[in-house]
Design a protein around this ligand. Structure first.
Ligand code: FAD
Ligand code: NAD
Length: 469
């Protein structure tokens, strides 16, 4: 039990970090009857709203608007996009600021005295010192400190021609040329958005894979589509040097000058300076406390962790989910409850989007393929390309996962996620109504293939469907 006699602030649950995970943890702990404190060094708004999901999606949507003008020709509509970079970036920031204001409103709505603006550091398993010198003593602590960009050493010395997601949305103008280092979700989304807005984009990735896509067919399709609007250098070491107000990137095979460089080489948990050495927690080789993914508890300590800080499933709905689990268990400690976690689920908002559901296909998996290059509605939209690979298990064709790229996959993925989480089989899903003509009915060939493969019955209603539907 923490020593409360010398503390300036005492509570049941103290949450460090007022991002998506921390806000969820505090709210749930309070709803469980705990006296809470929520400590944040800035209270500037969540990463999602300020420099993450929302500004990136705003920029992507601007890129898609330009692309749809270019595509209009196929419908007999002649138009050329004239892109005003200043206005593009202004709108990104203006709309972004509305999202940030909404998250800040959430801070204002906290009960009096809960929000403490300070940087926190552990002095023991359940005691913290704030940078203003105050001591906090709690029954339990939730670490929800988020993550920060990893900037490889040679890029750190380049001065202000270097961007990360923390700075790129502040650009006044679109650069003429942009080197993107790292082909994960972050790099690909922004690379394609800038390329669609007329920026010359080259992506440098030191591995051979892009977008964290494990399915070889979907990954090959993603690479093909990306290469239409940008250059991809895979398996290269990009070595930068500052030159003429820009950057020259050298790699084995070439050298090119760029106006700016976006470093998107991954993110690491923000745990340095948190005094984890004072907690007695066991850490893994990345310096992250070892914790139970079903309870979010670190060892058997009165400490819980949630969101990007735990370096697992670093996406928004998981930050909120983990915050909820951590907040509930921190409030009810030592009565900690294990919660079954959701299906792994990611969407990369390229154009067309990529979605990955569940675990990768194993040797025993049955794979049903649903190509979108001949799909009715996709052809109507002049966006017929892509592939859905649906994974299922024997003997009954129960759905286990999917990898998909194609028009509307950010929506269709939710349908499949629901089906998988509800334990649906290919036969069962085919027995449900699919409206015609929709992108959703493009899943049917893949579902039928699974049925054939495992000798499962096809639904009687799934007969005589026109090709491509
Ligand atoms: C460019 C980009 C695009 C993204 N797009 C998507 C997307 O489309 N969909 C999706 O699902 N996910 C997306 N993500 C991921 C998503 O944004 C994160 O997973 C999520 O925001 C993490 O939330 P969090 O609560 O863990 O961290 P944060 O929101 O970063 O909150 C952490 C808080 O802790 C505070 N803090 C840190 N250390 C201390 C300390 N010692 N004392 C006090 N306070 C401290 C920080 O100031 C911060 O306010 C994207 C991320 C990026 C970077
Ligand atoms: N749509 C989404 O959900 C979305 C969008 C953007 C970001 N995010 C989240 O943001 C986080 C960060 O994304 P990210 O794409 O930066 O991370 P990431 O780890 O997914 O990808 C980083 C990529 O950079 C490469 N890399 C690392 N060092 C390199 C180097 N020196 N040179 C060349 N390549 C190098 C890696 O091989 C990897 O492919 C992720 O956790 C992701 O979940 C999510």
């Amino acid at each position: 039990m923490a020593d409360t006699t010398t503390a300036d602030l005492t509570c049941d649950v103290v949450v460090i970090g007022a991002g998506t995970a921390g806000l969820a943890a505090e709210r749930v702990a309070r709803s469980e009857g705990a006296r809470t404190l929520l400590i944040d060094d800035r209270f500037a708004g969540t990463t999602c709203a300020t420099v993450g999901c929302m500004p990136s999606k705003l920029l992507i949507t601007a890129g898609m608007a330009a692309q749809s003008i270019r595509r209009a020709e196929v419908f007999g509509i002649d138009a050329t996009p004239r892109i005003d970079g200043k206005r593009v970036m202004q709108r990104v920031r203006c709309e972004r600021d509305r999202f940030v204001a909404a998250t800040r409103q959430g801070f204002d709505d906290l009960p009096e005295g809960v929000a403490i603006k300070a940087c926190a550091r552990f002095t023991g398993p359940s005691t913290l010192v704030l940078d203003d010198g105050r001591i906090v003593s709690a029954r339990t602590v939730v670490i929800a400190t988020g993550s920060k960009p990893i900037i490889p050493e040679p890029f750190r010395k380049l001065g202000d021609v270097i961007d990360t997601n923390d700075t790129i949305f502040e650009l006044d103008e679109l650069p003429r040329s942009l080197a993107v280092i790292g082909a994960g979700a972050l790099g690909l989304e922004l690379a394609q958005a800038f390329a669609s807005l007329g920026v010359e984009v080259v992506v440098f990735e030191h591995g051979d894979h892009v977008g964290g896509v494990h399915d070889p067919v979907v990954e090959a399709e993603l690479k093909r589509i990306l290469r239409r609007c940008m250059t991809l250098h895979l398996g290269v070491d990009a070595s930068p040097s500052a030159e003429d107000g820009g950057v020259v990137i050298n790699w084995d095979g070439g050298s090119q000058r760029f106006d700016r460089v976006l470093v998107s080489t991954g993110r690491e948990p923000k745990l340095d300076g948190l005094g984890l050495d004072q907690t007695g927690l066991a850490l893994n080789d990345r310096g992250v406390p070892i914790y139970d993914k079903s309870t979010m508890q670190c060892g058997d300590a009165p400490i819980f962790i949630a969101g990007d800080a735990d370096a697992d499933r670093s996406v928004l709905h998981e930050a909120a989910n983990e915050g909820t689990i951590a907040g509930r268990n921190a409030a009810c400690f030592p009565n900690v409850e294990a919660v079954e976690r959701d299906l792994p689920f990611t969407i990369t908002f390229t154009d067309p989007p990529v979605a990955i559901l569940g675990e990768p296909a194993g040797e025993d998996s049955v794979i049903g393929c649903a190509p979108y290059d001949d799909q009715g509605r996709a052809k109507v939209m002049a966006q017929a390309e892509g592939m859905v690979r649906i994974y299922a298990s024997r003997p009954d064709g129960r759905l286990t996962g999917a990898a998909m790229i194609g028009p509307g996959m950010d929506h269709i993925a939710h349908l499949l996620a629901l089906a998988i989480m509800r334990g649906e089989t290919a036969t069962g899903l085919l027995a449900l109504p699919f409206y015609h003509p929709t992108l959703e009915e493009g899943l049917k060939p893949g579902l039928r293939e699974i049925c054939h493969e495992v000798h499962a019955p096809l639904s009687q209603r799934d007969q005589g469907i026109p090709p491509g539907a």
